[in-house]
Design a protein around this ligand. Structure first.
Ligand SMILES: Nc1ncnc2c1ncn2[C@@H]1O[C@H](COP(=O)(O)OP(=O)(O)OP(=O)(O)O)[C@@H](O)[C@H]1O
Length: 404
């Protein structure tokens, strides 16, 4: 009897020594949660992970596996009795499916025999199956050195037969690094920053500063859309929308024009920190890249970063715009990010912002604005959206696991 499953390869987790079990447990939990409402079962056998999820459409499972950090590869597999006739049949089903794509031509069979009582050697299995596939499909020829695809046969407590590996996103299971708060604008850079930090295991909440009516509801919809696109990677995401207009007007009226952008950034950092304190996050994340604009010089970043109670991670700090765009395209945020809705900072930004601020002078100027009440009110009046809806559970706070 044949059973259809997925064989999953975990990546960096394999290097985690004694702590590997924590990472594996978290990754399995993340996969199962993303497959809800379907029933799924994950089993481990000799360092392999097999997922059984018969109710879910294949597309849904593939989309979950290709967006779950910690997975480096996966493939559909067939499990059958340890009889050569069954193995041949399963191998030919997999070869038929790959042949129907018409894209791959050369192949090889890689056979492994953990159960040495099986009456054929690995070499004999490989020759037997390889000859049959090549005989049945004119489009396939054997190439043991650089094959387009590999048919895997593993003889364990049962026989497992699988075809082409698809790529997973790599990285570490979301949540293993604890929790962070990303400042998510509608631009190109911050969604990429969110993606990169989730890839290193950070569970994220997002904060968006909305200056209605100076920034439109379409601008807000755009950020919601970005959060929705990121959600499969981040294992769900909450978006905190901060009504920022009054605080911005307050700063504009009281401060010096050329200092306004930096004041706004500092205020954003302070509010994001409040969200972090509330959600148990240990770091902030921004999409800042060195020297991209006036507020991203070393002096500006040092100044605005000094208002945070936690480290600020800036994973795109050393990337060129083109490099950031390449990632944005790959993860699917680019087309949404370039929709033409203004960000609140652009609208309020002065013509000649300070580029190399003096930290002491600017800190004093910012503190003299006495913004505490304004910022507290903006924070308290925030609205929270969850992507996908109803997905957030208390246990999603993220746990810092011991690193091995
Ligand atoms: N309205 C906003 N809401 C939330 N975060 C913001 C907002 N505006 C800016 N940020 C944060 O500040 C960072 C720097 O913003 P800035 O507009 O200077 O640069 P940017 O390179 O255009 O960034 P992005 O492409 O992410 O908008 C952003 O990456 C983001 O993390």
């Amino acid at each position: 009897m044949k059973e259809s499953l997925y064989l999953i390869r975990f990546g960096e987790i394999a290097l985690k020594g004694d702590n590997r079990i924590f990472f594996e447990r978290l990754l399995r939990k993340n996969i199962k949660k993303k497959l809800l409402p379907y029933r799924s079962e994950l089993r481990m056998h000799s360092g392999r992970v097999y997922l059984r999820c018969q109710e879910a459409p294949e597309e849904a499972v593939r989309s979950v596996l290709s967006s779950t950090f910690g997975i480096v590869g996966f493939t559909k597999a067939l499990r059958c009795d340890k009889r050569i006739e069954e193995i041949r049949e399963a191998a030919s089903l997999i070869a038929d499916e790959i042949a129907s794509d018409g894209k791959l031509q050369s192949f090889k069979v890689s056979a492994r025999r953990a159960d040495k009582s099986f009456p054929m050697t690995s070499y004999e299995i490989a020759c037997d199956i390889g000859a049959r596939i090549a005989g049945a499909h004119q489009e396939f020829h054997v190439d043991v050195k650089t094959p387009d695809w590999v048919l895997g046969v593993e003889i364990r407590e049962a026989a497992y037969i699988y075809g082409r590996m698809e790529k997973g996103p790599g990285g570490l299971p979301v949540g293993c690094a604890g929790k962070g708060v990303v400042l998510l604008s509608g631009g190109i850079d911050s969604p990429v920053a969110a993606f990169l930090m989730a890839k290193r295991g950070l569970k994220l909440d997002a904060v968006y500063f909305h200056a209605y009516p100076y920034t439109s509801n379409e601008a807000l919809d755009k950020v919601k859309k970005l959060a929705e696109i990121l959600a499969p990677y981040t294992g769900g995401i909450r978006l905190h929308v901060i009504p920022f207009t009054e605080a911005q007007i307050f700063m504009k009226q009281r401060g010096r024009s050329e200092e306004l952008t930096l004041h706004m950034r500092a205020a954003m950092v302070e509010i994001a920190d409040m969200v972090a304190a509330d959600t148990g996050a240990k770091a902030l994340v921004t999409g800042e890249a060195l020297s991209q604009v006036a507020s991203q010089t070393i002096e500006s970043i040092t100044l605005t970063g000094s208002f945070a109670q936690r480290p600020i991670f800036r994973p795109v700090i050393g990337l060129d715009k083109e490099e950031i765009i390449t990632i944005a395209r790959r993860i699917g945020t680019f087309e949404t990010s370039i929709l033409p809705y203004e960000d609140c900072c652009t609208i309020f930004s002065p013509k000649h912002p300070l580029v190399h601020p003096n930290k002491e002078l600017l800190t004093t100027a910012y503190r003299s604005l006495s913004l505490d009440e304004e910022l507290k009110r903006a924070y308290e009046d925030r609205e929270v959206y969850v992507f996908p809806p109803h997905s957030f559970q208390k246990e999603d706070q993220g746990t810092t696991l011991p690193l091995g």
